[in-house]
Write a protein that binds this ligand. Structure first.
Ligand code: NAP
Length: 283
């Protein structure tokens, strides 16, 4: 059973579980196992499934569609349009294709994958049209820095941007400086992608890795659970670790009830200091 702490306000969209499931590169995993992992995640309450038309050139959306078949109402389903498609018409078309591959009639949130060269005003106009058509329940952005968020807000007005999905893990804490406060002030969820450093998780053979292990051991948790709890210490943050194995999903779900103490947070903060730069990095 997941604790109450697990759910939090996702922008203006009501409550969504803080830990979700990523799907990048899942086309390379054993398909049956990946589908079983996604389903196990749903069973454990990891309802937020993040995908994109880009992933496996549509194949991952197909895989997700299979995983959520018959369980659509349990899912907070997010997909993304690539910037190359993000004209007004192109966005409408891309969304229809994603819906078909996902075998559903609606997305819970639809994101612009990263800022591109097409006019943002046209992408947002398409998002608003899709919302009126009930093909998406909300929309957001990804890899937007503060200036880009300001520009989006200027176009959309308040209460429209549900989230900004950005790179955020222990070795990449630049978003804490300006982006996270911006999101908190404007009621925009900050979704941390690559929370385990995209597979480059601190090794236990390093001093820093050992700190994570020590905190983990003293809490009856694992280092990855401690890492997720550290990212989730701020109430505007959500995270979407990707796992194509049931055991990994179960471990990640176990982080939902872990709340670090002030001392534990300070120890981790010292070992994984945030850089001075607040320029936003993309993976
Ligand atoms: P990640 O979640 O930081 O790391 C994924 C890796 O960690 C996989 O190799 C996975 O292995 C492994 N893993 C997961 N749980 C584990 C556990 N409990 N124990 C050991 N290993 C574990 O990397 P990511 O996939 O880059 O990021 C997460 C999601 O964010 C993506 O899948 C995608 O949905 C999203 N994302 C978005 C953007 C964007 O531009 N918006 C960019 C990157 C990522 P297995 O798969 O073998 O279980």
């Amino acid at each position: 059973m997941l604790g109450h702490m697990h759910r939090r306000a996702f922008g203006h969209m009501g409550e969504v579980p803080a830990i979700g499931q990523g799907t990048w590169k899942m086309e390379r995993d054993d398909r049956d196992e990946a589908i079983a992992a996604l389903r196990r995640g749903l069973g454990l309450g990891l309802a937020h499934i993040d995908t994109a038309e880009l992933y496996g050139a549509g194949d991952v959306e197909g895989l997700v569609g299979e995983a959520i078949a018959g369980r659509r109402d349990e899912v907070f389903l997010v997909s993304k349009v690539v910037p190359e498609h993000a004209t007004y018409e192109g966005t409408l078309r891309a969304c229809d294709k994603s819906l078909r591959r996902l075998r559903t009639d609606r997305l819970d949130c639809y994101l612009l994958h990263w800022p591109g060269s097409h006019a943002l005003v046209d992408t947002i106009r398409a998002f608003e049209q899709l919302r009126r058509d009930e093909k998406i329940r909300s929309w957001g952005v990804s890899n937007f820095d503060v200036a880009e968020l300001d520009a989006a807000l200027e176009i959309s007005g308040p209460g429209r941007i549900a989230c900004n999905q950005v790179l955020y893990h222990l070795d990449e804490r630049g978003v804490e400086r300006a982006l996270l406060p911006w999101c908190a002030n404007h009621g925009v969820a900050l979704v941390a992608y690559s929370p385990f450093g995209a597979g480059n998780f601190p090794s236990e053979r390093t001093a820093r890795g050992r700190v994570l292990s020590e905190v983990a051991r003293s809490r009856g948790a694992t280092p990855r659970q401690v890492a997720l709890a550290f990212l989730l210490r701020h109430p505007s943050v959500f995270t979407i670790p990707k796992a194509a194995r049931v055991a990994h999903i179960e471990e990640n779900a176990g982080a939902a009830d872990l709340v670090l103490t002030g001392d534990e947070i300070r120890r981790i903060d010292t070992e994984f200091p945030r850089s001075d730069s607040d320029s936003l990095r993309m993976i």
